[in-house]
Design a protein around this ligand. Sequence first.
Ligand SMILES: NC(=O)c1ccc[n+]([C@@H]2O[C@H](COP(=O)([O-])OP(=O)(O)OC[C@H]3O[C@@H](n4cnc5c(N)ncnc54)[C@H](OP(=O)(O)O)[C@@H]3O)[C@@H](O)[C@H]2O)c1
Length: 254
Amino acid sequence: MELGLKNKVAFVAASSKGLGKAVALELSREGAKVVINGRYKESLEKTKQEIEQQTHQEVLAVAGDLSVAAEREQVIETILDLCKTVDILITNTGGPPTGKFETFKQEDWDKAYNLLLATVVGLINGFLPGMKEQQWGRIIAITSMAVKQPVNNLILSNSVRASVAGLLKTLSNEVGSYGITVNNVMPGYTETERLMQLMENNPSFSSAKSEVPLARFGRPEEFAAAVAFLASERASYITGISLPVDGGWIKGIF
Ligand SMILES: NC(=O)c1ccc[n+]([C@@H]2O[C@H](COP(=O)([O-])OP(=O)(O)OC[C@H]3O[C@@H](n4cnc5c(N)ncnc54)[C@H](OP(=O)(O)O)[C@@H]3O)[C@@H](O)[C@H]2O)c1
């Protein structure tokens, strides 16, 4: 299937590793001009070279901590200087710490807000005007299956990500008439560093694989394939959805 992604500019936030990296690789394979991001220049440069070697497409790398407002603004400004506009915005960051309600102080909630919600709001603020002007855009947030079914011992993620889903659904109603689609993709257990850390540090995740109907963890490239489709020209009539890529983990019907 031709996805129609050639020469589109895609910014994939938090993409030096894990799910973001897999999405950046997939979009680059499809011919998009991809901008990657992470907090650390060294690992970001390594990922840039890796993707360029595999896809023979130019990849731009812009480092910065997206949960820090000033750094986020700098990242946006640099990308707009380099590319003028972004056609496809993929929001993402690392995940918040595990724990139950009484584990956390107010400052932990503030950090989770800055990491998970303020990043999405800030990045959309930065790139939406250009999308509106050109009457085309794709906004896709990487959140979690926790949006539909809370995961034990992950109260920060379960709480703040639900607000991201509310933001996206509302925004999809507001910007659809500009040819901009807004969707939420919810990874289930997928083999990345984040999952390995969760498994090592939390006995409550030991039964995770047995909870998945497909009886295995997902691979980052399986997640990336779904995101690339939603980013594509072919997904032009899909907006306002929350798509699980979870091997069937969510137990509800819808
Ligand atoms: N993997 C799963 O099973 C799973 C399931 C559900 C939800 N999720 C969620 O999906 C997201 C991605 O997960 P992942 O498994 O790919 O995690 P990961 O393997 O830990 O990778 C996280 C990526 O984000 C970057 N990053 C972290 N914080 C950042 C920040 N503040 N600003 C810019 N870049 C930042 C990291 O690079 P640097 O360290 O170099 O900055 C890295 O490239 C997380 O929010 C996670 O909670 C994952």
